[in-house]
Design a protein around this ligand. Structure first.
Ligand code: BG6
Length: 482
């Protein structure tokens, strides 16, 4: 059931920020999994780069201990020793000249070269410049950038401009890890691989769409970054915006990078400005031993939101009149990400007023328990009148696809392999990121200019009360976070 593994070509992946959290938690474990799966070949190398004074041996030890921590089931495999030998280390000074010649010696000219900038965006420009100055990168090299890609339109534009001094757009891979999630790609498969949904996929049949990305964790030691960002910049501008694009875009002519990204861009450009009455922001308070948001970020006067809900409208022929409700937040009652496409009621009920009102809903669960549910209306079993009930047609991918589903790669595994394969379909293009900020900036300006504070909500709840009102006032209801 799971796709065949086709090994990629030999590569050198240079990870700037090689001792950082993302490298230890995601990048290196993902590479190891691809190695065990047979996709990363034995002539591929990972070169960790950081300013710490380490040599290759001590870096390999560090990688070994983080793999033990994050991939405990895989470390017993015989492949570990071989994988570790494919790891090197170079100490550099990103802002000075130390170490760059050493890096130039280690990066092979005859292999695919990818440079992963897992560092503060303030260093992106300098890294790009140094890779060029020391002739390390060539016109076929790729650079991979982590979010945040700017904090507003002007900083995103400045970043794009600095990168484009040395790299062309087809060399730049801006990661949004949501695009690497299996179910997010399934959204495209469901929409464009089935005849069933497309005729109904518009405002004539769809009442509204709700997208929830709820987390049960708090800001988790990232307080200083998060307090400058908040849920709007951290999640809506990128992850939820990408989900919205995939739900709302027109069918691209083919599944190729620019065809897909052109269609996503049209959606972002068709987004209406958001009214202040359609925005609800929240901040979690403390409960029992759980710290409040203030305590977690160490800023008792913070006005940053850890929760946001918005009603968004798309002004185009397909979607005019169908609202999209987006919500995301931390310290909520469960970790639950889903997209619910809620259809309109039938135009006339032949069963009379007692049958009640019923709406079909297609629910795509991103995590946990990836799968899809279709809520259908059927007759309540038993004698008596024609009473209707809604039942879910449930398909959990783990059950439907069998035990091999465990082998489905994590988002980073897929995305890193796509970089090596040179496939940009699941990466954001520069104009897309700028368009997303053009829509986001005025939304943020509304509360910044008023100095408004987010409403409080209890950890473990569904967010602030006003977020429920956002839908109630339209005669609609959020699905339970569970
Ligand atoms: C990151 C955000 O991009 O996504 C985090 O910066 C958030 O704040 C994370 O926790 C959520 O990702 P996932 O894959 O756990 O849903």
């Amino acid at each position: 059931m799971v796709s065949r593994v086709i090994p990629v070509q030999a590569f050198d992946l240079v990870v700037f920020g090689g001792t950082g959290d993302l490298a230890k938690r995601k990048i290196l474990p993902s590479l190891f999994r691809r190695f065990v799966a047979g996709q990363m070949p034995r002539d591929a190398f990972v070169i960790g780069v950081a300013r710490s004074e380490l040599d290759t041996k001590s870096y390999q030890d560090l990688v070994m201990s983080s793999l033990k921590e994050f991939e405990p089931e895989l470390v017993a495999s015989a492949e570990l020793e071989i994988f570790i030998k494919q790891i090197k280390y170079v100490q550099i000074d990103a802002q000075g000249d130390f170490g760059w010649s050493d890096l130039a010696d280690k990066v092979r000219k005859d292999a695919i070269q990818a440079f992963y900038f897992s560092v503060s965006p303030s260093l992106f420009g300098q890294l790009a410049e140094k890779l060029y100055k020391y002739s390390i990168a060539s016109q076929s090299s790729r650079i991979v950038l982590e979010k945040p890609f700017g904090r507003d339109l002007s900083s995103a534009r400045a970043l794009n401009a600095v990168l484009k001094e040395h790299f062309s757009e087809d060399q730049i891979y801006r990661i949004d890890h949501y695009l690497g999630k299996e179910t997010v790609q399934n959204l495209m498969a469901v929409r464009f691989g089935n005849m069933l949904f497309e005729p109904l996929w518009n405002s004539q049949y769809i009442d509204h769409i709700q997208v929830t990305v709820a987390e049960s964790v708090g800001v988790e030691g990232r307080g200083s970054y998060y307090d400058q960002a908040g849920a709007m910049r951290d999640m809506i501008q990128n992850h939820l915006m990408q989900l919205l694009c995939l739900i709302a875009m027109e069918p691209p002519a083919k599944f190729s990078p620019d065809a897909v990204r052109d269609e996503k861009l049209k959606v972002i450009r068709a987004l209406d400005p958001v009214n202040s009455s359609d925005i609800v922001r929240g901040q979690y308070s403390n409960s029992g031993s759980d710290k409040s948001y203030f305590d977690a970020v160490g800023n008792p006067s913070s006005k940053t939101e850890s929760f946001i809900a918005l009603k968004v409208q798309i002004s185009n022929w397909r979607w005019a009149g169908t609202p999209f409700y987006l919500r995301t937040g931390k310290k909520l009652k469960a970790r639950c990400s889903e997209i619910a496409v809620v259809f309109k009621e039938t135009p006339h009920s032949i069963f009379g007023p007692d049958a009640g009102s019923h709406r079909n809903a297609l629910v795509i669960r991103l995590q946990p328990d990836e799968g899809m549910t279709m809520d259908l209306t059927i007759k309540e079993p038993g004698p008596g009148g024609m009473r209707l009930i809604d039942v879910p047609l449930d398909m959990t991918f783990a059950e439907a696809l069998g035990p091999e589903v465990d082998a489905i790669p994590d988002a980073y595994e897929r995305l890193i392999m796509d970089v090596i394969r040179g496939n940009q379909t699941l990466f954001m293009r520069g104009d897309e990121v700028e368009a997303a900020w053009s829509w986001t900036d005025p939304v943020i300006d509304q509360w910044v200019s008023k100095g408004s504070k987010p409403s409080k909500y209890d950890p473990g709840s569904s967010g602030p009360e006003d977020s429920l009102m956002l839908m109630h006032k339209d005669g609609r209801k959020w699905r339970e976070i569970s």
